[in-house]
Design a protein around this ligand. Structure first.
Ligand code: SF4
Length: 193
């Protein structure tokens, strides 16, 4: 977080989170060949690429794209909603998975592929978007039930106050990182190119 990064957003999502802030990604977008995409990514002054969506794991070419980006020396983060297996992604020291666990406010918690938690590695991260106390309790209970080998992020849902969330985390002594969406603090809802 905070490092210059190319955000690459794929079209289509199999989920419909109640608070989704990128519904345009369900249908909008253009087809682009991998060669042209690599060229476009190289045109930005960044060594990191965040592959997000929509749901990037719905695109078969995402796996090939990750391999090409890694071969070209990029650090790659794949952001995924948690409902599709991450096991097909390349194992590489420069590839990290940012895996969501959807909390009750999303109305998508039943879609979680819990086997994904077992596929996480120390260089990955597990993320919960928290919209209130019920979500916090859900996330805390997930952490108590599962061994998580990587950092855990609690991200306040847009409009959710940070202070109560910080108080709950400290009261429970949870070893998690409370992080807002930095790009929204900088650019708001402005869309990229
Ligand atoms: S997984 Fe992401 S893109 Fe899909 S509905 Fe949820 S928030 Fe929106």
């Amino acid at each position: 977080m905070g490092a210059p990064t190319v955000f690459l957003r794929t079209t289509v999502c199999n989920l419909r989170c109640a608070w989704c802030d990128s519904e345009f990604s369900f249908t909008e977008g253009d087809y682009i060949r991998l060669d042209a995409l690599m060229e476009k990514i190289r045109s930005f002054p960044a060594q990191r690429v965040c592959l997000t969506g929509g749901e990037p794991l719905l695109q078969k070419q995402s796996f090939t794209l990750c391999e090409r980006l890694l071969a070209a020396g990029f650090h790659v983060v794949v952001e995924t909603g948690g409902s599709i297996s991450i096991r097909g992604l390349p194992k590489h020291q420069n590839l990290s998975v940012s895996l969501d666990v959807k909390c009750p406010s999303s109305k998508m918690e039943a879609r979680m592929d819990w086997d994904n938690l077992k596929a996480l590695a120390p260089g990955d991260q597990l993320k919960f978007v928290i919209a209130g106390r019920a979500d916090y309790d859900y996330a805390r209970d997930v952490l108590r039930r599962h061994e998580i080998p990587c950092p855990v992020i609690f991200q306040p849902e847009s409009g959710t106050k940070l202070l109560p969330l910080a108080d709950w985390i400290l009261a429970d002594g949870l070893d998690v990182r409370l992080l807002p969406q930095l790009h929204k603090l900088i650019w708001g809802d402005r869309r990229g190119v």
